[in-house]
Design a protein around this ligand. Structure first.
Ligand SMILES: Nc1ncnc2c1ncn2[C@@H]1O[C@H](COP(=O)(O)OP(=O)(O)O)[C@@H](O)[C@H]1O
Ligand SMILES: [Mg+2]
Length: 281
């Protein structure tokens, strides 16, 4: 059955943690909201950093409700994710603009990785499709687990992937492995041929005077191997990012030139995402 397209869906993905996935997700959500877009985010990382950052504490319903399928003998047939999502999708906390909504996560979501085969990887795409009339752009904060079902669900739902990378060996490996995993979804004959890697973004980049020889080495490797994908602007390391995160406020609400600089960079990345989306249509 042909299905009308859901909202533009962008996954922040790397197979390493600590590279800036959550920060880019919340930064892009903040700038997209400032432009008046109706923004959705999904926290798919059971550690729940994004959920916390968007000001939600112990949400009643979470992405777990969308993914969980009871396989016990007497269980009723699974409900449609497009219906379940209506209960899960909630307004971000009071520090955030009213046009930002979230599918929050809880720790139990980690258990889904070990569930029996229930085709759960397809449920997120369907859930997001169910929100097509209320969302313009969706950002997915993907957990770093290689080959996991939760990451797989994101790579099936997304039209674009952004791979953040610190200038470290971990950052580089996260990109390399991430691209390999993505090829299992958008390669010839695969299930999500429309998925494109919109960029590899150098993130949490120290100021010039603080850049180490190791940073320079890994930056060179990134450009050498993935040069065509590396976004021209990088995301600077500024303490204000941590301040905004701790205050559960968007970076667009933070004062000072460093916050402005971060917002400008997230804005350039969003421009690129929107331009890529136009080319995809
Ligand atoms: N531009 C930045 N400047 C300073 N700190 C940052 C920046 N981006 C991210 N961080 C911090 O670095 C750490 C890792 O970032 P995070 O986005 O949580 O990575 P991931 O989601 O890939 O694990 C967090 O403590 C985060 O607040
Ligand atoms: Mg994270």
């Amino acid at each position: 059955m042909a299905q009308e397209e859901g909202p533009l869906c962008v996954a922040e993905y790397s197979e390493k943690g600590g590279v800036g996935k959550t920060s880019i997700t919340s930064g892009l959500a903040a700038v997209a909201a400032e432009r008046g877009l109706r923004v959705g985010v999904a926290d798919l990382d059971p550690r729940g950093t994004l959920t916390d950052e968007l000001g939600l504490d112990e949400p009643e319903h979470t992405v777990n409700d969308i993914f969980f399928v009871d396989t016990s003998k007497k269980a009723p047939p699974p409900r449609d994710p497009a219906e379940i999502v209506q209960d899960v999708f909630v307004q971000a906390g009071p520090g955030w603009p009213s046009n930002v909504k979230i599918l929050p996560v809880d720790r139990d979501f980690a258990n889904r990785e070990n569930d029996p085969a229930t085709a759960m990887e397809f449920r997120l795409k369907r859930a997001i499709w169910g929100l097509r009339d209320e969302v313009d752009i969706f950002f997915l904060d993907v957990p770093p687990r290689a080959g996991g079902k939760l990451a797989g669900a994101a790579l099936l739902a997304a039209k674009q992937a952004i791979i953040p990378s610190t200038l470290t060996k971990d950052g580089y490996i996260g990109v390399q492995q991430g691209l390999r995993s993505i090829a299992h979804y958008n390669g010839p004959g695969c299930l999500n041929p429309g998925l494109v890697v919109s960029s590899v973004v150098r993130s949490i980049v120290p100021r010039k005077k603080d850049i180490s020889a190791i940073n320079r080495h890994w930056e060179e490797r990134l450009i050498e191997e993935f040069g065509h994908l590396v976004f021209p602007s990088s995301i600077p390391l500024y303490a204000v990012r941590e301040t905004a995160r701790t205050a559960c406020r968007p970076i667009t609400a933070a004062p000072g030139p460093h916050a402005k600089s971060l917002v400008r960079t997230y804005g350039l990345i969003l421009d690129h995402v929107l331009k890529t989306a136009k080319e995809q249509n």
